[in-house]
Design a protein around this ligand. Structure first.
Ligand SMILES: Nc1ncnc2c1ncn2[C@@H]1O[C@H](COP(=O)(O)OP(=O)(O)OP(=O)(O)O)[C@@H](O)[C@H]1O
Length: 638
């Protein structure tokens, strides 16, 4: 779960990577234009579309104008494709037919998309009851015999091509629903979606910006196919004589041609050719689009493999005015007074998960601690001890089935979990996340949205949260990138996440986490996914920014070295309970609890003793060294 670079943008997930679909960008258009099939399909379809649009100008006769003295005539200078059995001009009817046929295909696809896409997005994103009900409706729709339904509708409403196509659109909408739902399901738990949530985006914005992009490309490809099917179905119905004979559609022309096939075979040829070209063009376009998108993914993966780590150097730091900006922010829910005020105050927190037998398994039990501005609290413990669950409780990012089974959480004096609450209040947290509370996650790459440039992902939240202009946000983003030690900020600003290394991505996330001048940063093992050579730099950077901006930090880690290097205080967790809490010096020098001693012992096993436990620090160089060896110190120890 996570955030920090408060996203803005979109997700462009990738087949075979747990994500499906891809964002259609101008590069896709370029690849499409390089593909001969793509060009051929675009030429065919745009020619037909232009002929349809300019039919009133290009057609020499009205679609139903009949010259009864010239029936079934061969092509000549006046009727370039001849006439039909009523003396109507075939060329004119073909042009007007293109209009009707294309519009009805678009109507059908439009109806199917209008129903299937939002339903699939909602069902895929929220699941639950909506998905169950939608599945039920989809099953019913899919079990209906389409042709019989269309014949029934034709009998009930008459031979209107529009009504038939609306009905067919409804019948075919499950294909969009299922495609969309499957695509959304594959990404709804992706970290960058959580990142967007943490950054304070509403569900609607997340769906519109991040989730929708996942399905955009498959929907376009699907639409090409569906439009072809719609043309075939519509023409099929009309060919059977069930269309509106007063309209010049290709299906009606086909039916007319069939009746006179022995007298004038070309009557059948023209509409059949028009249909074959249109449907063929749509199929080719769909294939070319798919190829263009797949090529894009191959290029992305190649670039990713080739991307070079470029994280080094530290920094000229923040000159922003966070304190002023933060002070001006209002608290969210004024609830409590009379107790000691802390930036974050967790009191007797309990978190549990309902079990099959009806009981609740506590994964966080009776945990209390606080964090103030300008201090770093380390939460340390072995895997599964409840560190992340505690941090996610503060962020309001617990899974849906999690229950608060006791205690409370206050942020800046206001409850985000009030005593007796069963859930973290998303309403309250939405006002805080991305604004006053931000998050630095464990997996830098997965927390950046692959569909948007890093610059875009940095700029958008600043524009939204700080209310500054895009130009100002850009300037600030470049400064932030410099501040977090990125050597070429302009290039990184314009890069997509796959074009930067893990260390750089983590720096970008740190830049994002502080971009909206938060009061509290929650960092969940922020260096775990990084190369050891980069870890120390990132920790140094965190410390420096935290001191400069006077931010409170909750640092989740299993590494006492990181704690010793960075933290002011430490809370040790075991099996969901807080076993010991105190200043780093107290805990490291004189751990009271056996568990803490064991944890410390396991850290020291086979390694050099921690500097701080044996000698006082020797200034900045020693500090840096200890960070590198994941031992370290922060306060002098006598
Ligand atoms: N969705 C869930 N449903 C049930 N139990 C869960 C769920 N998520 C976490 N837990 C349980 O909560 C406990 C604490 O998990 P948590 O992720 O907080 O551990 P952690 O100390 O952060 O470990 P790690 O360092 O490995 O991330 C674990 O026993 C885990 O199995």
């Amino acid at each position: 779960m996570s955030d920090s670079v408060e996203t803005a943008a979109v997700a462009a997930p990738v087949p075979g990577k747990g994500q499906s679909g891809t964002v259609v960008r101008s590069t896709v258009t370029r690849r499409l234009l390089k593909n001969p099939l793509g060009i051929a399909s675009l030429v065919i379809l745009s020619t037909i579309a232009l002929l349809a649009i300019f039919a009133p100008v290009l057609a020499p006769f009205e679609e139903n104008f009949a010259n009864i003295s010239k029936t079934l005539a061969a092509p000549d200078g006046v009727n370039i494709l001849g006439t039909d059995s009523a003396g109507r001009d075939n060329w004119s009817r073909l042009l007007f037919g293109a209009q009707l046929t294309l519009l009805s295909a678009l109507l059908c696809a439009g109806v199917a998309i209008a129903i299937g896409l939002p339903a699939g997005l909602i069902a895929g994103y929220y699941a639950g009851k909506f998905e169950a009900v939608s599945n039920w409706i989809v099953s019913i729709l899919m079990s209906l015999p389409g042709l019989i339904v269309l014949l029934t509708i034709r009998a009930a409403f008459g031979p209107s091509v529009w009504i038939s196509m609306i009905a067919f659109g409804i019948l075919i909408s499950p294909s969009y629903f299922r495609l969309t739902r499957a695509a959304v399901q594959s990404v709804r738990n992706e970290l960058y979606v959580d990142a967007a949530r943490v950054s304070g985006l509403s569900d609607l914005s997340i769906i519109a910006r991040h989730i929708f992009s996942v399905v955009r490309a498959p929907i376009i490809i699907q639409t090409a196919a569906i439009a072809g099917v719609a043309i075939a179905i519509q023409s099929g119905l009309e060919f059977l004589g069930l269309g509106d004979p007063t309209k010049a559609t290709w299906g009606v022309m086909l039916s007319e041609g069939f009746k006179n096939v022995y007298l004038t075979p070309t009557l059948l040829l023209w509409p059949a050719l028009a249909m074959a070209l249109t449907i063929g063009g749509l199929v080719l376009l769909g294939n070319a689009l798919r190829d263009a998108l797949e090529d894009g993914e191959k290029i992305k993966h190649r670039r990713k493999r080739a991307s070079v780590s470029a994280t080094s150097g530290t920094t000229e730091r923040m000159t922003a005015e966070p304190a002023r900006a933060r002070q001006s922010r209002k608290s969210v829910v004024a609830v409590e007074s009379g107790t000691e005020h802390h930036l974050v105050k967790v009191t007797n927190l309990g978190v549990g998960y309902p079990q099959a037998d009806g009981s609740i398994k506590k994964v966080v039990d009776d945990v209390s601690f606080h964090v103030d501005r300008g201090e770093i609290l380390g939460i340390v413990g072995e895997s599964g001890s409840g560190k992340s669950q505690t941090a996610f409780s503060i962020l309001g990012l617990l899974p849906d089935n999690a229950r608060i089974v006791g205690g409370s959480i206050q942020f800046d004096g206001n409850y985000t979990v009030a005593p007796g609450d069963e859930k973290v209040s998303q309403e309250r947290l939405t006002k805080l996340r991305g604004k006053r509370i931000s998050y630095i996650p464990q997996e830098p790459m997965s927390n950046l949205d692959p569909a948007f440039t890093i610059g875009y992902q940095l700029v958008t939240p600043m524009v939204r949260v700080l209310g500054i202009s895009k130009a100002e946000a850009r300037t600030r983003a470049l400064k932030l990138l410099t501040d977090v030690g990125i050597v070429n900020p302009e290039r990184t600003f314009d890069a997509y996440p796959h074009e930067v290394s893990g260390g750089m991505a983590q720096r970008v996330l740190i830049a994002g986490a502080i971009s909206c001048e938060p009061d509290l940063v929650i960092a969940d093992e922020p260096t775990t996914a990084l190369d050891v050579t980069v870890q120390a730099d990132v920790l140094d950077l965190l410390r420096e920014l935290q001191q400069r901006l006077n931010i409170g930090v909750v640092l989740v880690t299993h590494n006492f070295g990181v704690v010793a290097d960075l933290c002011d205080r430490v809370a040790v967790m075991q099996n969901g309970r807080l076993v010991e809490e105190g200043t780093v010096r107290e805990i490291l020098r004189n751990p009271k609890e056996k568990y803490t001693q064991t944890l410390l012992g396991s850290m020291l096993e086979g390694k050099e003793p921690m500097t701080m436990l044996v000698s006082p620090p020797e200034g900045p160089v020693a500090h840096r060294e200890t960070a590198r060896h994941a031992t370290a110190e922060k306060e002098p120890v006598a």
